[in-house]
Design a binder for this molecule. Structure first.
Ligand code: PMM
Length: 284
């Protein structure tokens, strides 16, 4: 497995796809909003994710569901800092899911070991300069605009080549800002300015995304396109809680394809799927 440079040693030596457990400390994330809004509950949840097999716990304080408004920086900090601090104290590898350089900086100074930015550095002009001065890995997701308008931006000539080109432009921007690309992971941003057909086209052509030359992360867990795939006879999308197994199937296929990481809500089955894919591939 090719890892980004800068990971803690335990992660850097893993010979398989990395499982990232999602911990949204928000009242309104689309998939688990409100469940771990309280810091004590969130910390407990983070520990459980780790015990269940999460290699990394991805802590986020701002919802990015379609239509979500930004929250003030102080609110985001108040949500994530106690959780990051407690999980780091428990030796849980933490990534911070934020579009703000200031939030990333505070969390990295507390010991977060990865910055996960759904905007790929576009939402905050301070993000790239901040990244140039630290040595943690950075997840740059494909992003076309804020959650309030992203559904209106889901128009592509050819989604795979357009997304690859736009990610490549971000890699250039990162490099120009002085960020070592060996530290960067890329992510096509499933569901972000993308409809179901776009998501499936991207999953079908992981080779094109991997040809960008960077480790690849996928976040499919519980997303709407899985609900649409599994719609009932009346065309009603499968509710969130019934989408888990489809996400696990994506984990297995992604791991078999050599994807670096999967970002999931329930980690146990994804962990097992990754182990199966690793054994299936045979000794390296
Ligand atoms: N999706 C969400 C939030 N953060 N980060 C990355 N890198 N990739 C994603 O696909 C992604 C993300 C939104 O989903 P959630 O509400 O389930 O966290």
């Amino acid at each position: 497995m090719r890892h980004p440079v800068g990971l803690p040693r335990d992660l850097a030596t893993l010979d398989r796809t990395v499982v990232m457990g999602i911990l949204n400390v928000t009242p309104d994330s689309f998939s688990d909003g409100g469940r771990w809004h309280d810091a004590t509950d969130a910390i407990k949840r983070g520990r459980l994710l780790r015990e269940a097999g999460a290699d990394i716990v991805d802590v986020g304080g701002e919802s990015t569901r379609p239509g979500a408004e930004r929250i003030p920086e102080a609110e985001e900090l108040a949500r994530v800092l106690p959780v990051v601090e407690a999980l780091v104290a428990d030796a849980v590898p933490v990534s911070i899911d934020t579009m703000r350089a200031s939030v990333a900086a505070r969390c990295v100074s507390l010991g977060a070991c990865i910055v996960n930015d759904v905007s790929g550095g576009q939402a905050d002009p301070d993000m790239l300069p901040f990244l140039a001065g630290v040595d943690v890995p950075y997840i740059a997701m494909h992003w076309r605009g804020p959650s309030t308008i992203m559904q209106t931006l889901a128009s592509y000539d050819d989604v795979v080549s357009d997304v690859c080109r736009e990610i490549d432009q971000r890699l250039w921007a990162l490099q120009s800002a002085g960020v070592d690309l060996d530290r960067v992971v890329v992510d096509p941003g499933l569901g972000f300015a993308k409809d179901s057909a776009h998501n499936w086209a991207l999953l079908r052509d992981l080779d094109a995304l991997m040809a960008l030359g960077r480790p690849l992360l996928l976040g499919a867990s519980r997303k709407r396109f899985l609900g649409e795939l599994l719609a009932d006879r009346d065309g009603q999308p499968r509710p969130l809680e019934g989408r888990e197994a489809a996400g696990d199937a994506i984990t297995a296929l992604a791991a078999a394809a050599g994807v670096w990481g999967v970002r999931v809500h329930e980690v146990a089955a994804s962990h097992d799927a990754v182990m199966v894919a690793r054994a299936w591939a045979g000794p390296s």
